[in-house]
Design a protein. Sequence first.
Length: 147
Amino acid sequence: MKTKTLTGLVLLSLFSFGCAGTKVHFDDAPIDQLDLSQGRTVKAGASGLLLFHLIPIKINDRHAHAYGRLKDKANGAYLTDIKIQDSWKFVFIGEKHGTIITATAYPDKRMLSTPLAKKLDELKTLHDIGVLSDAEYEESRKKALGN
C-alpha cells in the first residue's frame, strides 16, 4: 500500500512540474521615444511536443522562447502591437503545439540620430531583405562597430 501511495505522489509531482512554464512579461515601450515613421514587422515562433499526449517536451516555455527570439530579431528596437497565435495539431506520437508572436518594432529616436546607428540600421535592412548574407552582415556590422 505504501508503495502505491509513494508511486502516486512521485507521478503527481512529475505531472505538476511538467505543467509549469516561464511567465512572459512584455517590456514597456516609451511612446515618446519611438520613431513611429520607421516601424517594421517582426515575427518569431517556437514549438513543442506533448509526447504520447502526456510528456511535455519544450512545450511549456515556448512563449518565453518565442518572445526571446522576437526581441533578438527586433535588434534593440521597442516592440508594440504584440500578437500571439497559438496552434496545435495531432501528430503520430502526440500533439505538436506552436506559438508565433508578431509585433511592430520601432527604433529609439535617440539612437537614430547618430551616424553609427543609421549605418547599423541600413545594414540590418539589407540583411532582412536578403541583399547581405548572415556572414556578410556580421562582418559589415563588426567593421562599423570597429571590432
